[in-house]
Design a protein around this ligand. Structure first.
Ligand code: ADP
Length: 325
């Protein structure tokens, strides 16, 4: 299949659709809307409750699929209704699901999300079946990984499984993208297998021990990633935009100015859209960031995670978006 992709010079050209393999989590998201988050020991009333398909891995795969990437998923669900629901939800997006295994020892992963009226979220994740993803499960899905242009992983599944996936990827010329989220200690072996790292501000701080306070601290953070052998990095900064390092050039790009209603899945949308739009040669790195920023600026204007992830036509049509600082 082919699709039009915007090049660095903003010319349209017909290229092959990216193949993206996502190794990651599948969660049922239960969202409770509150006026303000409760303090420890306090009880507050929820204004609304809803349950939807989620998980960082699943969200990123949906974002990639809606941006026309040929997307496959490698992960684990429980032998329960929620697991069936998650697989069906992925298939509805056109995502290839033969790499999703069923775990007998644990239920499908669950996220309890609190959302306040300013659109800020606070999340508790139960890993469940996600925590049981093994290197052997990844091996069983080797064809999906080795055929991909990009392999994308996060930290909601065991790093041993990601290491196996990234090894397979690197042996087969597949570019690896690591979203080290939620913040956790990185297994050093993963560093040598990562081509592009995309943390948010707090994840970057956790990894580098560098507090992000200004441009100089961002420069120091990406320099630290480069010293670990990861030359391409993007630190996402929420409504402040992104800071990236590519081929020795660093720059900050403001976010698009929008009214945020719910920032859930902003980062996931960014990653999936970026992986779908980036050329395998990486030559349109900055244009792909621009595209991913537009995608996530659309996501934050709507309530919910997967439901608010935009399609390629919505992203391409968002010409009214303007950057702001
Ligand atoms: P995460 O969801 O992983 O914490 P961020 O909050 O950094 O990730 O968001 C990822 C990207 O989404 C940002 O770099 C930015 O481009 C976009 N984004 C996030 N919040 C907003 C916002 N309030 N307004 C516009 N864009 C936003």
């Amino acid at each position: 299949m082919i699709w039009k992709q915007i090049t660095e010079k903003n010319l349209e050209m017909v290229v092959e659709m990216n193949k993206v393999a996502v190794i990651g989590s599948l969660n049922i998201d239960t969202t409770l809307e509150v006026v303000n988050f409760p303090h420890p020991g306090q009880t507050v009333k929820a204004i609304n409750k809803s349950s939807t398909a989620g998980g960082k891995g699943a969200n990123q795969a949906v974002a990639a699929a809606r941006s026309q990437a040929q997307t496959s998923f490698i992960g684990k669900v429980g032998a329960d209704q929620q697991g069936k629901f998650m697989i069906a939800a992925m298939q509805e997006e056109g995502i290839e699901t033969s790499g999703i295994k069923v775990e007998q020892e644990a239920g499908t992963g669950t996220a309890a999300i609190m959302l306040d009226q300013r659109g800020q979220n606070s999340i508790i994740v139960y890993g469940g079946a996600n925590s049981y993803l093994t290197a052997a499960d990844v091996q069983a899905a080797a064809p999906q990984i080795t055929a991909a242009d990009f392999a994308v992983a996060q930290f909601e599944t065991p790093q041993a499984a990601t290491i196996e996936a990234f090894k397979l990827a690197k042996q087969n010329g597949v570019t690896t993208i690591l979203n080290p989220a939620p913040a956790a200690k990185l297994v050093p072996e993963l560093l040598g297998l990562t081509d592009i790292i995309i943390p948010n501000e707090s994840e970057s701080q956790q990894l580098t021990d560098i507090a992000i306070t200004d441009l100089a601290s961002l420069e120091r953070s990406v320099a630290k990633f480069a010293s670990w052998g990861i030359a391409c990095s993007i630190i996402t900064l929420g409504e402040k935009g992104v800071f990236y390092s590519f081929k020795g050039k660093t720059a900050k790009l403001d976010a698009f100015k929008v009214k945020a209603v719910d920032t859930t899945a902003a980062g996931d949308t960014f990653i999936g859209a970026f992986a779908a739009q980036l050329l395998p040669s990486l030559e349109n790195f900055v244009t792909a960031i621009d595209y991913a920023q537009k995608a996530s600026a659309l996501t934050v204007q709507h309530l919910g995670a997967q439901v608010s992830i935009p399609t390629v036509s919505e992203i391409m049509g968002s010409i009214q978006l303007r950057r702001g600082s």
